[in-house]
Design a binder for this molecule. Structure first.
Ligand code: MN
Length: 424
């Protein structure tokens, strides 16, 4: 086990019970305050460790790299240093924050400059995302969609168990948790109408997803094996891939998702490293029929991450509408990456590859309103008595996720966003 993941570690920084950010996590993000420009930080309890300040005090002197990478508005240049450096930085921070280490703890002046209260900080999009790909890798989600829209007896298309199906998304409209966006407008066509009409979507939906951030670039022509894939994955975030189902239904043939998907997607602010998630690896689904050799893998490559979605109408309390888990993925991140690069497609640091909607096998664990309300036929009740088939104006949708084992909870914080009425 990586020492920084030891469940016995405790920090001298207060970590409240149930916090997503104990010393075993140490996720990276970008923050600013009224007197600190955008820079790299690490979440610990309810505080942020300012890595610019930590470097200025010389606490990273034993690790050789240009410390300027911390004083930048994205993590790209830091991540590009490679895991040898980024893992060493996380390990060093673990050492510094460990309760017996006095180096920083014992220096009141330095301590004050290095720690910032999270509530006084603004969190920013942590990476410049060059390219974004979305997969369709949850078997329960793909089966539900197939049952609803095609044939209940043959819900999965013939390619599904052979190819991690995916499409290229759009990076420009990916934003960090905590913001709002306008309900998208577009063309839709009701089944009984002869011609399409134009207007705000009537079926705005969330997609419960996670995504991983590429940590190492490749050249065109290179392929990444499932065995080497983890070297290329820096870490994970929660991801809400907002979708307009009525626009999607009319536009998607024959080239797939377009305007129904590219108006807003939201990620959580902290990138949880693959290092921090290693203790939570679990076996995946048995893959039958056998996959082609370039997709074979060994070992436990799924990860148990409990996922929850809640809807919060304006000025009301939240209602949890889904409890799912990342362990339900059929295709692993390693297989997705091997597949994505098998043709020689190159990857760049900061690229983001998303899971696709993550549904579990049972009702209550579905990752979209489309499935939860079964195409709107079974509305869900909110705690304020109102009902939802899809997401209303002024509703916020909040995704939370955490891995938990041996009394350690490695969480992601929130991935939240609010829907505003369509822009005039
Ligand atoms: Mn999606």
């Amino acid at each position: 086990m990586i020492k920084a993941n030891d469940p016995k570690l405790r920090s001298w920084v207060n970590v409240p019970e149930g916090s997503d950010f104990p010393i075993q996590n140490l996720p990276f993000g970008i923050f600013s305050t009224s007197n600190r420009s955008e820079r790299v930080g690490i979440a610990i309890g309810e505080q942020i460790l300012d890595l610019v300040a930590v470097a200025e005090f010389g606490y990273f002197d034993a690790i050789r790299f240009d410390k300027k990478v911390f004083n930048q508005p994205t993590l790209n240049n830091f991540i590009a240093l490679g895991k040898e450096i980024t893992t060493s930085v996380r390990n060093r921070v673990s050492e510094l924050l460990e309760e017996k280490t006095k180096a920083l703890q014992g220096q009141a002046g330095a301590r004050e400059k290095c720690l910032v209260k999270m509530k006084d900080a603004q969190l920013h999009l942590p990476v410049h995302i060059g390219d974004y790909t979305d997969f369709y890798s949850s078997i329960d989600h793909a089966t539900n969609m197939g049952k609803m829209f095609r044939d209940p007896e043959n819900a999965l298309l013939p390619n599904w168990k052979h190819i991690p199906v995916g499409y290229h998304g759009r990076a420009s409209s990916i934003v960090v948790s905590g913001g709002s966006f306008f309900r998208p407008k577009g063309q839709t066509k009701a089944p009984d109408a002869n011609v399409p009409s134009f207007g705000p979507t009537k079926s705005l939906d969330f997609e419960l997803e996670t995504a991983f951030i590429i940590g190492k670039s490749t050249q065109m022509g290179d392929s990444i094996s499932t065995e080497k894939a983890d070297d290329f994955i820096f870490g994970m975030v929660l991801f809400n891939d907002w979708s307009a189902r009525d626009i999607q239904a009319w536009e998607y043939v024959p080239l797939g998702p377009f305007l129904a998907k590219n108006f807003c997607s939201v990620i959580s602010a902290w990138i949880v490293t693959l290092d921090a998630l290693e203790p939570f690896r679990v076996p995946g689904y048995k893959q039958e029929p056998t996959v082609l050799p370039y997709l074979e893998y060994s070992g436990e490559k799924n990860i148990a991450i409990h996922l929850e979605v809640s809807i919060c109408p304006e000025k009301k309390s939240e209602t949890i509408v889904s409890r799912s888990d990342y362990k339900y993925m059929y295709w692993t991140m390693e297989q997705q990456l091997a597949h994505h690069t098998v043709n020689g497609c190159n990857m760049n640091v900061g690229d983001m590859l998303a899971s696709g909607t993550i549904s579990g096998p049972e009702e209550g664990s579905y990752g979209s309103m489309m499935e939860i309300t079964w195409r709107g036929t079974k509305p869900v009740k909110m705690s304020d008595g109102s009902e939802r088939k899809f997401i209303n104006d002024n509703d916020s949708v909040i995704i939370r996720g955490w891995a938990e084992k041996d009394g350690v909870r490695v969480g992601f914080g929130e991935c939240s966003s609010k829907v505003l009425a369509a822009k005039e």
